[in-house]
Design a protein around this ligand. Sequence first.
Ligand SMILES: NC(=O)C1=CN([C@@H]2O[C@H](COP(=O)(O)OP(=O)(O)OC[C@H]3O[C@@H](n4cnc5c(N)ncnc54)[C@H](O)[C@@H]3O)[C@@H](O)[C@H]2O)C=CC1
Ligand SMILES: O=C(O)CCC(=O)C(=O)O
Length: 421
Amino acid sequence: MSQDNPLENALVRLDEAASHLDIDADVIEKLKFARETTKVRLMIRMDDGSRKSFIAWRCRYDDTRGPTKGGIRFHPDSTAEEVETLAFWMTFKCAVMNLPYGGGKGAIQVDPRKLSKAELERLSRAYIQAFARILGPDRDIPAPDVYTNSMIMGWMADEYSQIVGQSSPAVITGKPIALGGSLGRDDATARGGFYLVRHLASDLGLSEELHVAIQGFGNAGQHMAKLMASDGHKIVAVSDSEGAVYCASGLDIAALITAKQNGRSVLATVGHGGHEALAAADLVGVQCDVLVPAAMEDMIHARNAGTVKAKLILELANGPVTPEADAILQKMGVTILPDILANAGGVTVSYFEWVQNRQCFYWELEEIHTRLRAIMEREGRAIWNVAKEKGVTVRTAAYVHALLRLAQAIEAHGTQSDFVA
Ligand SMILES: NC(=O)C1=CN([C@@H]2O[C@H](COP(=O)(O)OP(=O)(O)OC[C@H]3O[C@@H](n4cnc5c(N)ncnc54)[C@H](O)[C@@H]3O)[C@@H](O)[C@H]2O)C=CC1
Ligand SMILES: O=C(O)CCC(=O)C(=O)O
């Protein structure tokens, strides 16, 4: 994140929501600060025999509504403030979806692309060794995020089970299917956003065939491209950390995914099927109907918001639009389906995984999709109605919706409670 204190930007949204409700000041005071953020230094043995250290964090932001839940990010630019901000968003996201969770998040400050597979496994296990005492299926439940995946979740679940001396799959979600992972968790983040857009399409005034630009081509971005293309829409531009490609008549999604699976950039497809290279920074201003940020925070800001051509922004990334850009886009008439709703399909299927782990009975893919779709539509519709009734943006409506649930839970704990699981 670019700001010195990104949590301040996030709290702007809390204040805005609170201004539309009659909320006790104690509730706001509780939600303004992370309950606990633990910082550790992980030491691992590198393949060449040397030892190297990495800073890592786990934040349990708020556990009023249940065990804290949220992914672990491996990124060279991660900071404590970023982790706390991401955990704040998880608190609201879980409340938006009415999941029985609070919000958490973790990170290791590392570029995982510079580690061998064995080094990556040692680092992932070291993270769990350091944090096992604050994790647990009823306490804090990690999952994948940027540059982490099911393989890493599998190592982490294995390490935790070894430490506690019993199989404990429900401590982590997003695991490989062979270790108790859920069907449908792989594309859940994108699928939730996809169901939401389909459900609100006529309210949003969207046409039958949409032109879509996607920023970031990892888990969220690739699955979104596949889902939208298979629904008859054209993906006209995608980007990754190295650059972007554009094709007005629609990119070849299979070729792009093959390039990424082979460890290459989307730029490797330039020249194939009419793919043209584009500066990554220009993706935001591409001519399209739907812009899908699916990379990092603060990518749409005061300096590039005015270039947006899309009528809809679907935030699969967490925090991709700054509050300044929000104001500009609102004036331009651009609708934003905000992160705490639009990308909540991921944590929702994580919840399904946790439920299946606890009951030791596993659902078919169709059941996962049916349940995910029902929750996305129910909460999406409720938030849409709040936006219309109060005359506010969908983002503010989502915060209002979540804040009401959080306030009820905080008050139900009692005025003398400082509940800590
Ligand atoms: N994986 C999940 O289940 C969930 C992910 N998210 C959010 O979605 C976003 C993407 O996460 P994943 O797809 O899981 O990560 P990922 O690690 O699979 O992919 C990240 C992608 O972003 C690209 N990227 C990084 N910096 C970029 C830049 N400056 N410009 C363009 N592209 C850039 C990378 O090249 C990569 O293609 C993050 O904000 C994450 O927090 C949100 C909810 C759930
Ligand atoms: O699947 C989960 O538990 C959390 C995913 C996540 O970190 C997010 O929604 O940002």
